[in-house]
Design a protein around this ligand. Structure first.
Ligand SMILES: Cc1cc2nc3c(=O)[nH]c(=O)nc-3n(C[C@H](O)[C@H](O)[C@H](O)COP(=O)(O)OP(=O)(O)OC[C@H]3O[C@@H](n4cnc5c(N)ncnc54)[C@H](O)[C@@H]3O)c2cc1C
Length: 498
């Protein structure tokens, strides 16, 4: 696991493995418990494949009662639990622990209710993101947040990570499209937060749970908002001679009061990788490419296409193509959607970073990133949600070259520091997980972090749910406030910590 330090394993739990597995089998019978090492290997990593750990045991509950009983058992017996959806997290959120139960929620795969009158769907957490749209599209509805991984990732994982996607610029992230959840606490209590109504009374606990990275409870049901498909959607493909021009165009479009349905940017390495892979018809003589989608009534879309085209020309656009058919629009997006696997073809390994910056800082950050790439001797390709300022630098490295992963990690950390330096944040949509855990001190003061941990402690005082993720501290809830992490500089650096 490179330099990543996880919480020390509990020797007592490891010794009691047979007893714990037997107790779990009594709660989840049949094939619901996997304890054979070879069979558990498929769970050893998530989308952040640089880190691996075979779990202590895997449990696949099928009912809320089973989830509650497993969590209660773990709470009473001091056993850690890592919730898992489809395992596509890019920040290591579902990375198992050697002494922790990995709770896979993928048997919770049913759409429970579709309520077109209230424009909501109630689904189990293992339903895939795209599965929700598939269930409602026959009536012209869809679920708006659309991570590129939508064919595989689960709505439970989306809730835990506050997932985003191309259309979130206009329609909001997961947090803006989830109306309610059922959550099981580590003590085995089943609570309902929000519902089919638009606003909840009291504290915004739903806002707290969305993005909580499996650390506050296990989500067993999700109520999502449904949207009507827009009448028209057309995309415009714009090539620029420099990243600066493209970055300026993004800021000018938003500054003109236009909120596109999607606004994505790719730099030269990403354009070439995507074009070689899917032959989307991208221009290869440009440094940066924007795909801007406008949606809504036809007259509005036509008008906005003209305005965006004019702004692009004023920013030195070298290439402009507007989609004339639905097939052409989809072909523009095909390259963008396949960009990650396309980059996988040009480098043995890559690490996908995720930081957010003010849009205005785009040109500066892209230039600095190229300078850093040269000094680290590694490649970097950029594919990202430009409209939101949400960067996804893909750092290219070769895990078989000793030291390459360490270099990639250092390069990634420098990129995230740069995001914070220009007024941005460490994450966009992939969560903190283990990937950005040790950088939390770059962004938050000791006091900020203490308050966040107090929230965690209110839900999980024994810190059994997904420990080792998000917070880089060693202290227990009782010790809160006694250990401080300042600007990433921890006291007593020689003490093993997570
Ligand atoms: C090729 C690729 C492209 C991607 N593109 C995007 C993108 O465009 N936008 C984006 O936002 N993300 C993207 N991702 C990242 C990932 O798909 C999302 O973070 C997604 O939300 C994870 O869902 P999952 O079901 O795979 O969750 P997992 O990876 O299994 O888990 C993620 C986190 O959620 C927790 N969790 C899972 N289920 C539950 C539950 N029921 N209750 C409580 N906690 C739970 C886990 O403990 C973990 O902390 C991409 C990933 C890949 C591999």
């Amino acid at each position: 696991m490179s330099g990543l330090v996880m919480p020390p394993s509990d020797a007592g739990v490891l010794q009691r493995r047979d007893e714990i597995v037997a107790a779990l089998r009594a709660i989840v019978p049949g094939e619901g418990v996997i304890s054979d090492e070879a069979e558990m290997r498929v769970y050893e990593t998530d989308g952040l494949t640089a880190y691996r750990q075979v779990p202590f045991v895997v449990v696949l509950p099928e009912t809320v009662d089973q989830v509650a009983r497993v969590l209660r058992y773990c709470h009473n017996n001091g056993v850690k639990v890592v919730p898992r959806g489809a395992g596509t997290s890019l920040s290591g959120g579902a990375l198992p622990l050697a002494d922790g139960v990995l709770m896979s929620m993928m048997k919770f795969n049913r759409v429970l209710d579709i309520d077109f009158d209230n424009r909501v769907a109630v689904v189990q957490p293992g339903v895939t993101n795209l599965g929700i749209t598939r269930a409602v599209e026959h009536r012209g509805f869809y679920y708006a947040p659309d991570p590129s991984s939508q064919i595989a990732c689960s709505i439970g994982g989306n809730v835990a990570e506050n997932a985003g996607g191309v259309h979130c610029l206009k329609y909001g992230l997961t947090t803006n499209n989830v109306l309610g959840v059922e959550l099981v606490t580590i003590e085995g209590e089943v609570i309902r937060i929000g519902g089919r109504h638009l606003d909840a009374e009291g504290y915004d606990l739903l806002g707290l749970v969305v993005g909580s990275e499996g650390m506050l409870g296990v989500v067993t049901e999700v109520t999502v908002r449904l949207l009507k498909q827009p009448d028209t959607a057309r995309a415009i493909l714009i090539g620029f001679p420099t990243n600066d021009d493209a970055g300026k165009c993004v800021a000018d479009v938003i500054g003109a009061g236009i909120i596109p349905g999607g606004m994505e940017m790719m730099d030269r390495p990403a354009i070439h990788a995507a074009e070689d892979f899917v032959h989307a018809g991208y221009p290869l003589d440009v440094e940066a490419l924007l795909i801007v989608e406008l949606d809504g009534p036809k007259a509005e879309v036509d008008h906005l296409l003209e305005r965006v085209g004019a702004i692009a020309k004023a920013n030195n656009a070298a290439h402009i193509r507007v989609s004339e058919t639905e097939a052409e629009r989809l072909s523009f997006w095909a390259g963008r959607k396949a960009a990650f696997p396309a980059v996988g073809r040009i480098s043995p390994d890559y690490m996908c970073m995720d930081g957010t910056i003010p849009r205005k800082a785009l040109p500066h950050v892209l230039t600095r990133m190229q300078e850093m790439a040269a000094s680290y001797g590694l490649g970097v390709a950029n594919v990202f949600h430009a409209g939101d300022g949400n960067l996804h630098p893909l750092i290219l490295y070769d895990a078989n070259i000793p030291g390459d992963l360490d270099k990639a990690e250092d390069f990634g950390a420098d990129i995230l520091r740069l995001c914070v330096e220009v007024g941005g944040v460490l994450t966009g949509e992939h969560g903190v997980g283990v990937e950005k855990r040790d950088l939390m001190g770059e962004m938050f003061t000791d006091i900020d972090m203490d308050h966040q941990i107090r929230v965690k402690c209110a839900f999980d005082a024994k810190q059994l749910l997904n420990p080792g993720k998000v917070f880089p501290t060693l202290n227990s809830c009782a010790e809160l406030g006694r250990m401080h992490v300042h600007k990433g500089q921890m006291p007593f650096p020689d003490i093993p910590r997570f």
